[in-house]
Structure formats: structure tokens, C-alpha cells
Design a protein around this ligand. Structure first.
Ligand code: PEP
Ligand code: MN
Length: 341
């Protein structure tokens, strides 16, 4: 049921006008006239009222407010799917008791560096390998990634370490090639609302790691997940990576409250990327601990053996030794809340 609140002092004609309008859409209504306010309850399955129709109802002069009880996202909603979704990737579960740790450099720079970092993160306890082959850079003059060569290097590192690979796809035209090499397709923050790309990955059978947009609200983010799911791919992992705020001390503001909020609203697994969230290497570990404490199902951490020489995001990349420490400390937090890492 949805609720429509009318303005004080509305006449019987006003009420009739709104009721007729709703009934013309095939909806049943219940009018409740109070001393101050008249409220119209819309009865039955109101999920078919689109946002455009909702806004048209808001435009009726006598309407003060429209309250939707049904969420605009359906497949992603906890109401429609009560149990947590657990996504299996090569025998590793995302969204279960075990917390997964995705680690690696921002970009795949060359074969020897990637193989070296992959070995290091594996040794420290990472469960997935990350690395960008197609990089969304603010400047067209910055390193853009190695493309297919980068994907081949990732595959080799994956075979060598046994770690499944998470890598970004930026363009609908690249979905096919990236799917050939990756175990999880990453949709970057800048593409959260690239709807053609979302629909394209929705047609694959690969799990999709959907990062939160730079200024994406939780509702917009879940609607983006809905796009992917609407094409039949229900394996969506949400990744909080910080949002734009007025604060300049950190690269972004890591919204850890999004984790428990999402746990209420959706059944999809939620992971946290503190590296992009804070943008400074020495802040990554405390925020990783906090993310686990907040209930994240996983972490994404940028690790580089020589951050000073990194081709992208060196400032926020931690060295393998610190990564080892991070795993150790996050494991203790995980155990304290009845989870494993
Ligand atoms: C990344 O993971 O390297 C990346 C570019 O992240 P984001 O899309 O969150 O900025
Ligand atoms: Mn990065």
C-alpha cells in the first residue's frame, strides 16, 4: 500500500479528483478523512506504479506528499528475498560467514610486478587478486592500463597463485573480452550509472562487483544493481568505496554506515574498499578494521610492492608487510563478531 497525503482544507471535489485519477490506473483506494488531514491509502500491488506516475500524482495541486511503501528496486530488495545471497566463485563464498579479501595493485603495470605482488598478497592471506587492465583515469594523459595484455598477465598470476581475479570493465564493447579472463567483473564508481554497461554485464554469468558512484545515493546504487539483475544476472556484489563530501582531508569520505543500511535493504553481499575510500596508505588499515566491524562481507585493498613507483594510486597503496598486518588485525575483529577471515 502507498499513502497519499492531501493538503489541509481540501474539498470533496479535490478528493474525488485524486481518487478518480488513481482508479483510472486500475488501483483501489481507501480514503481516510481526519479533522486536519485527508489521507488516501492505495490498496493492493502498487509495485507497478512507476516513478514517473508517482511524480505525476505529486504534481496534482492538492497532493502534499506521496509515501511509497514498496521500494523501487525489487530483485535487489530484502523484502523480495529474505536470505542473504551467497555468491560462489571457484569455491570461495562471498556473503557467507567467511570474509573475503581482494588485494593487488591499482593497475596491472607489467608481468613481473604483477606476478610478484600476486605472490605476496597470496602469502599474506588474500583470497582474490585485483588489478586494472582498463583504467578509468581522470586525465586522458595518465596511464590507461595495458588492455588485453593486462588481462593475460592477470590470468597467468591467477593460475600461478590460485587466486580468482577481479578486474574492471569500462565499456560495453569490452565485456566479452574481459569476461574471458576475469572471475569477477568490476564496474567502477564512474560507471555506476552507465546503464548500457550494466545491462551488458547483466547478460553474462560472471559475478559483478558494483562500486558505489562518486555521488551515488544508496537508492541509486541499488537501482543500478537492479539493472544488472533485471537481465538475469543476480550475482551482484556491492562495494562501498567512499563518496564525495565537503571534506578534503581524505580523498573521499568512506561511508561505513552504508554497510548496515544495505544489510537492511538488500540481500546482496556488501564489501568495502578503504583504499579509494580514504586515498592515503596509512589510513587504510584502521578503516579496514572498522569495515569488518561494521559487517562487511569482504575488503578490497590496493597493495603495491613499491608504491613510490606505482603508475596509479601509489599514495593509497600499502606494502605487502602492512597488508599482512591488516589481515592479522582484521581477522581478530572478524572473530570477535563471529565471522572468519
Ligand atoms: C579501482 O578499483 O582501481 C578504481 C578505479 O576504483 P573506483 O572505481 O572506486 O574509483
Ligand atoms: Mn585505484
Amino acid at each position: 500500500m502507498d499513502i497519499i497525503v492531501l493538503k489541509p482544507g481540501c474539498t470533496d471535489d479535490d478528493i474525488r479528483h485524486v481518487v478518480k485519477r488513481l482508479e483510472s490506473k486500475g488501483l483501489k483506494v481507501h480514503v481516510s478523512k481526519g479533522t486536519e488531514r485527508t489521507i488516501i491509502g492505495v490498496i493492493g500491488d502498487t509495485s507497478k506504479i512507476s516513478e514517473d506516475e508517482e511524480n505525476a500524482i505529486r504534481a496534482i495541486e492538492v497532493v502534499e506528499n506521496v509515501m511509497r511503501i514498496i521500494k523501487p528496486y525489487k530483485l535487489a530488495s530484502r523484502e523480495f528475498h529474505k536470505e542473504d545471497t551467497v555468491i560462489d566463485v571457484n569455491g570461495k563464498q562471498i556473503g557467507g560467514k567467511q570474509i573475503q579479501v581482494i588485494a593487488g595493485p591499482c593497475s596491472v603495470e607489467n608481468r613481473s610486478i604483477l606476478l610478484h605482488i600476486a605472490e605476496k598478497v597470496k602469502e599474506a592471506g588474500a583470497t582474490f587478486l585485483r588489478g586494472g587492465a582498463f583504467k578509468p583515469r581522470t586525465s586522458p594523459y595518465s596511464f590507461q592500463g595495458l588492455g588485453e595484455e593486462g588481462l593475460q598477465i592477470l590470468k597467468e598470476a591467477s593460475q600461478q597463485t590460485g587466486l580468482p581475479v577481479v578486474t574492471e570493465v569500462m565499456d560495453p564493447r569490452d565485456v566479452e573480452i574481459v569476461s574471458r579472463y576475469a572471475d569477477i567483473l568490476q564496474i567502477g564508481a564512474r560507471n555506476m550509472q552507465n546503464f548500457r554497461l550494466l545491462l551488458e554485464v547483466g547478460q553474462t554469468d560472471k559475478p559483478v562487483l558494483l562500486k558505489r558512484g562518486l555521488s551515488g545515493t544508496i537508492k541509486e546504487w541499488l537501482m543500478a544493481a537492479e539493472y544488472i539483475m533485471s537481465r538475469g544476472n543476480h550475482k551482484v556484489i556491492l562495494c562501498e568505496r567512499g563518496i564525495r563530501t565537503f571534506e578534503t582531508a581524505t580523498r573521499n569520505t568512506l561511508d561505513l554506515s552504508a554497510v548496515p543500511v544495505l544489510k537492511k535493504l538488500t540481500h546482496l553481499p556488501v564489501i568495502v574498499d578503504p583504499s579509494h575510500g580514504v586515498g592515503k596508505w596509512d589510513l587504510v588499515l584502521p578503516m579496514a578494521r572498522a569495515a569488518v566491524a561494521a559487517g562487511a562481507d569482504g575488503l578490497m585493498i590496493e597493495v603495491h610492492s613499491n608504491p613510490e613507483e606505482a603508475l596509479s594510486d601509489g599514495e593509497q597503496s600499502i606494502k605487502p608487510d602492512l597488508f599482512k598486518q591488516l589481515i592479522h588485525e582484521c581477522r581478530r575483529v572478524a572473530e570477535a563478531i563471529g565471522r572468519e577471515l
